[in-house]
Design a protein around this ligand. Structure first.
Ligand SMILES: CC(C)(COP(=O)(O)OP(=O)(O)OC[C@H]1O[C@@H](n2cnc3c(N)ncnc32)[C@H](O)[C@@H]1OP(=O)(O)O)[C@@H](O)C(=O)NCCC(=O)NCCS
Length: 188
């Protein structure tokens, strides 16, 4: 099995660092946000399940994901980004993310997604990263666009989200040789 060594990435004033057990309060708080519960949190109903989720995200040894806490200069957790479903044979992966409500609208997600992609194209030599979001979650589509993903299609009733409903999704992908987006930064 190809393992992945946990790595920290710097993106301007943001850092992407591996999750730690003491991040549990931030993860649990994020999972109380209705939008994160809806679009990311399906299946995590209890604090114990959040602890288990954090444990899985902290352990990169399977070689199938690389998951980071997105933190500011004071190490406060602003969000999450994960390159997951890594398939070495296909050189493919998927990406998922959330940003805590207080940190939204400043470009955190776009910077984090772009930074994680640039790493994934280099280190596990991924060639294609897919990003899916519900049609009803247009902010996520804007993140995809800003982070250099190209729109590829509309998936009908393709994923059951936190509301228990199967939503139509939009599929985006970024290839290793796609033009990188112009330098991204935080708006304030
Ligand atoms: C989606 C999410 C990750 C965006 O995080 P963020 O740090 O605010 O993202 P950014 O600031 O990089 O970009 C957000 C963009 O969406 C735009 N946007 C926000 N709400 C929007 C809406 N309802 N419709 C269209 N665009 C919208 C913003 O204006 C911004 O674009 P701009 O920079 O051109 O102004 C965050 O809102 C979140 O965590 N939502 C809940 C969980 C979630 O949706 N996760 C993704 C699952 S696929």
């Amino acid at each position: 099995m190809d393992t992945i060594e946990p790595v920290e990435l710097v993106a301007g004033s943001l850092r992407l660092r591996p999750w730690r057990p003491d991040d549990i309060d931030d993860v649990w708080a994020a999972l109380q946000d209705p939008d994160i519960r809806l679009w990311n949190g399906g299946g995590v109903a209890s604090h114990d399940e959040a602890v288990a989720l954090l444990g899985r995200r902290s352990d990169w040894s399977s070689g199938t994901h690389a998951s980071w806490a997105v933190v500011d200069g004071a190490d406060a957790v602003l969000g999450s980004v994960s390159v997951h479903s890594i398939d070495r044979d296909q050189a493919g992966a998927e990406i998922g993310y959330w940003v805590a409500p207080a940190a939204r609208g400043r470009g955190v997600a776009a910077v984090a997604v772009d930074t994680a992609c640039r790493w994934a194209f280099r280190t596990p030599a991924i060639d294609r990263i897919e990003l899916c979001h519900a049609v009803d979650n247009p902010a996520s589509g804007r993140v995809a666009q800003k982070a250099g993903f190209r729109y590829e299609g509309h998936l009908r009733r393709s994923y059951r989200y936190g509301d228990g409903v199967k939503h139509d999704e939009l599929l985006w992908a970024r290839l290793s040789d796609d033009p990188a987006p112009p330098a991204l930064g935080l708006s304030c």
